[in-house]
Design a protein around this ligand. Structure first.
Ligand code: ZN
Length: 295
């Protein structure tokens, strides 16, 4: 499943993404992490991103898109991904749509996490981050004693809790305003494409997680789990779903008929036949022919 989670700062996007990663076994693709990694590795894209950041400018959308493009080329995103931190503006959503169309990896769902403003402010002001390992905690959801009794994997000492400078109430209001102005329009954009699902993200983490699972569709989650061991099989959710939707009698058809159906399915899926549909028979025949044998 290819998923985007939308939500204001403090809506629990990060936490819910993490849970989805575990639940669906697909990676989280975070634009922030990609940027930091590229800068750390000193790649060409990273160098250009650093230049922008050092100059106090925003990193160009096209740079971020290129990083996402590279990231989605890695094998682990074949069964899907959860996009985090991108898109945040209408222009980014449009560019992302073009990129994913290009890669024939269109989005399956966009979930909007709804939380009321007062709750957002409360959650954000309770947020603390470990200065050593970067883990994020919330004083409202985990008691301080529990956090302090845990040891930091980096230092072996208790986590050093710090508050991000932009997590105080004064800047939260401004961040929410920016979110309303820039990111709200994405909701209509994705609604028009039939991708939008809105969930109530108030309440505890477990409850929200359950709602998120429902919004993504329990059959889709089952199909994703079923497809997990078969890494070589086409990971397309549409394919898995089609199979799951077939009546039992259809699944019991003789092998040849199933094969024909599968090929028809592949043909309907268009491009994939060319990119991934190398016929094993052709490959084996090619390898089997002794090289240099005179004809
Ligand atoms: Zn730590």
């Amino acid at each position: 499943m290819r998923i985007v989670l939308l939500g204001a700062p403090g809506s629990g996007k990060g936490t819910q993404s993490q849970r989805l990663v575990e639940r669906l076994g697909i990676p989280q693709v975070s634009s922030g992490d990609l940027l930091r990694a590229a800068v750390a590795r000193g790649t060409e894209l990273g160098r250009r991103a650093k230049e922008a950041m050092d100059g106090g400018r925003l990193v160009d959308d096209s740079l971020v898109l290129q990083m996402i493009r590279e990231r989605l080329g890695a094998g682990d995103t074949r069964r899907g991904f959860i996009l985090d931190g991108f898109p945040r503006t209408l222009a980014q959503a449009e560019a992302l749509e073009r990129l994913l169309r290009d890669l024939t990896q269109p989005l399956d769902a966009v979930v909007q996490l709804e939380v009321d403003a007062a709750e957002l402010v409360r959650r954000i002001s309770g947020r603390r981050c470990c200065a050593d390992c970067g883990r994020v905690f919330n004083l409202f959801t985990s008691p301080r004693a529990a956090i302090e009794s845990e040891l930091c994997p980096r230092t072996g000492a208790p986590h050093r809790l710090t508050q991000r400078p932009d997590d105080n109430e004064a800047t939260v209001a401004e961040r929410l305003r920016v979110y309303e102005e820039k990111t709200r329009p994405l909701i209509d954009f994705y609604r028009a494409r039939g991708l939008l699902r809105v969930i109530d993200a108030m309440g505890d983490v477990e409850e929200v997680s359950r709602r998120l699972g429902q919004a993504l569709g329990a059959p889709a989650l089952r199909a994703a789990r079923a497809a997990k061991p078969a890494t070589r099989r086409a990971p397309h959710r549409t394919g898995a779903r089609r199979k799951a939707a077939q009546p039992k009698s259809a699944r019991r058809r003789p092998k040849s008929a199933t094969g024909r159906a599968a090929r028809r399915g592949k043909a309907r899926a268009g491009l994939r036949v060319n990119t991934r549909g190398k016929s094993p028979r052709t490959t084996r025949a090619g390898q089997g022919r002794p090289k240099g044998k005179p004809r």
